[in-house]
Design a protein around this ligand. Structure first.
Ligand SMILES: CSC[C@@H](O)[C@@H](O)C(=O)COP(=O)(O)O
Length: 333
């Protein structure tokens, strides 16, 4: 069965329909974005997140392209390029957004026709799913037959494809997932989806990770990465660093998943960390969870240095954090 969240961004005649992940699984509401600008706002506001913005950006580009049909190509192409920048700027840490816009622009340029945006979006959609499937299989290969895995935040297709591959290999998985405050991606999205997939799942609060890793019950820490730099720094949801350090201290391997290391980011200083409004940590699900007299801080991502990373799992296989150049071996860039 296809997990609900695996198909949560859809192109329709009226716009882009996005499942509202801020409410899931309590409500299953869809937000209709009629314009590329609406899509950008939805990404910024966390209507969708993790892999969702990649798909939303693909189809947001298509919405803009629909408005440009009939215009001279150069004018339409320039407008589409501006839309690409707008979408990329919504969330700065994950470079999947720029990959999405590039996939659409490539197809438009090849055809010298903005109507080819749809083909570019479909190609990008298919490529992302195929790469997620490949990295899921490589991750599953690393897990023992009866594996207890800890994960953080919501790795979206990377996680579902890992679970699917492990199940196909006849492996039995148990998961500990962290709540991942303040949006509770772990408590709501990861936990719900793992259970949908028939996985024995236990929720822990973010503060419990080190103790559970110390207990000896966990075989592997597996998280997605929004970005991995060429020298092996793993950039992911804030909290990953603490788990990775604890996993290292207690001899638990940390497998970080990413489709490809970022050749444009030699090291961590080349990755912008998104700081969201500190007020977001003063609430949970829209309700205050702290005294209004205190202020909050919300760096949305943190950076795990390569010494705490056992390996990086990509669509092309598993690489040590110090050998990521091999990913691009033989490829002209
Ligand atoms: C497929 S990349 C997965 C990551 O984006 C995921 O681990 C994560 O950090 C999600 O962060 P979010 O801020 O909810 O978009």
């Amino acid at each position: 069965m296809q997990p609900v969240l695996a198909d949560s961004v859809r192109l329709t005649d009226d716009g882009v329909l996005i499942l509202d992940r801020r409410q899931f699984p309590f409500e299953r509401d869809w937000v209709l974005c009629r314009t590329a600008e609406d899509v950008a706002r939805a990404i910024e506001d966390m209507v969708t997140q993790s892999s969702g913005p990649y798909f939303a950006a693909l189809y947001g580009m298509v919405l803009k392209a629909r408005t440009l049909e009939g215009k001279p190509f150069a004018e339409a192409r320039a407008e589409l390029a501006r839309t690409a920048i707008m979408l990329e700027n919504t969330r700065r840490t994950n470079n999947a957004l720029s990959k999405a816009t590039a996939a659409v622009l490539k197809a438009v340029d090849e055809a010298q026709d903005v109507t080819n945006a749809l083909q570019g979006a479909k190609t990008g959609d298919h490529a992302y799913r195929a790469k997620s499937q490949a990295l899921g299989e490589h991750t599953a290969n690393l897990l023992p037959d009866n594996a207890t895995v800890m994960t953080h935040c919501w790795a979206d297709l990377y996680l579902t494809e890992t679970v699917r591959a492990a199940q196909n290999q006849g492996k039995t998985l148990k998961f500990f997932c962290t709540e991942t405050r303040p949006y509770l991606q772990g408590a709501r999205l990861t936990a719900e989806t793992l259970i949908e997939m028939g996985v024995d799942t236990t929720l822990i609060t973010d503060g419990m990770g080190a103790a559970v890793l110390q207990s000896g019950e966990v075989d592997a820490l597996v998280t997605a990465a929004d970005r991995v730099t060429m020298d092996g720094h793993v950039v992911n949801k804030v909290g990953t660093l603490g788990l990775a350090v604890a996993a290292h201290a207690f001899g638990v391997p940390f497998h970080a998943q990413v489709q490809a290391p970022d050749h444009a980011a030699p090291t961590a200083e080349h990755v912008e960390i998104e700081y969201r409004d500190g007020a977001e940590v003063l609430q949970v699900l829209g309700r205050p969870s702290a005294t209004p007299r205190v202020k909050g801080l919300y760096p949305a991502f943190d950076v795990t240095p390569p010494r705490f990373v056992t390996d990086v799992v990509t669509d092309r296989g598993v690489f040590g954090a110090g050998e990521l150049d091999k990913y691009y071996e033989g490829e002209q860039r």
